[in-house]
Design a protein around this ligand. Structure first.
Ligand SMILES: Nc1ncnc2c1ncn2[C@@H]1O[C@H](COP(=O)(O)OP(=O)(O)OP(=O)(O)O)[C@@H](O)[C@H]1O
Ligand SMILES: [Mg+2]
Length: 241
């Protein structure tokens, strides 16, 4: 049984020395400067489209042994898939904890994983109903509710299919996981709702590399709040001819 005080499966991610230069993915500033300190139950990765969030999560998943297209270490629904970055990652793991017990949730390919699960998995571990017979967001919630317990969870845009109400449900699931003390989450997101999770660290990926920021400093918070407070101000700027 894993105790609450020792649930940081991964305490840091950085790069080995002598990585190749000037080509993908090492040409991405967040990757050439990769150095994540993971001290919290929840760590968020934020940044513009193309800033490198998915590239980092895929490489981490690959290195840890999760199916790189999403799922656990037991799911094998795609051909062998490797990311070059995985070989260059230095992981600071807790040797007492099984880092590979967990899940790589990729919104982008969850449909494919759902088909694989419906064909090869046991529905009782997924809420009792075939995933492809559920709506997009319902199937996401089935995965979160039934699979998210113990281990390291890498989530890439879990909000993608979720209504605002279901994003609140995900916050409650994350809090339940934190209280159980058997998990750690690293989440790439664009959701200002999810980013509000209390006590999380938020890392911003941009042209300067990776910087820890406060929730209120994120564009997600500032633009959403600014827009909702005064949409006309934005329309004037956006729609000027
Ligand atoms: N195989 C590849 N070869 C060259 N460049 C690539 C390759 N795959 C991705 N890229 C580029 O790497 C950059 C980072 O992509 P990534 O998918 O990690 O971004 P992201 O931060 O997850 O963005 P988003 O918020 O849109 O999901 C992008 O500019 C993308 O075009
Ligand atoms: Mg992405």
């Amino acid at each position: 049984m894993i105790k609450r005080s020792s649930t940081l499966f991964l305490r840091g991610v950085s790069l080995k020395p002598d990585v190749p230069k000037n080509r993908f993915p090492f040409s991405i500033p967040a990757i050439s400067n990769l150095n994540l300190k993971l001290n919290k139950h929840v760590t968020f990765l934020v940044g513009e489209n193309g800033s490198g969030k998915s590239t980092i999560l895929e490489a981490l998943a690959d290195r840890i042994g999760f199916n790189a297209m999403g799922g656990t270490k037991h799911h094998r629904f795609t051909e062998e898939y490797e990311t070059e970055l995985a070989n260059y990652l230095l992981l600071q793991k807790d040797p007492r904890l099984p880092v590979s017990q967990g899940f790589f949730f990729r919104a982008e390919s969850f449909f494919n994983l759902s088909g694989y699960i419906d064909e090869h998995g046991n529905p009782k571990y997924w809420g009792g109903k075939e995933l492809l017979k559920q709506s997009h967001g319902e199937s996401f919630l089935s995965a979160f509710n039934n699979q998210f317990r113990e281990g390291l969870f890498l989530l890439d845009e879990p909000e993608a299919a979720l209504s605002p109400q279901r994003q609140l449900s995900l916050l409650a699931i994350m809090n339940g996981m934190e209280k159980e003390g058997k998990s750690q989450l690293i989440i790439a997101t664009h959701s200002p709702i999810l980013l509000a999770y209390p006590g999380a660290d938020i890392f911003l990926l941009d042209e300067n590399g990776i910087t820890k920021v406060k929730y209120e400093e994120t564009e997600h918070y500032q633009i959403t709040k600014g827009f909702l407070d005064n949409p006309d101000k934005y329309f004037k700027l956006l729609f000027k001819s």
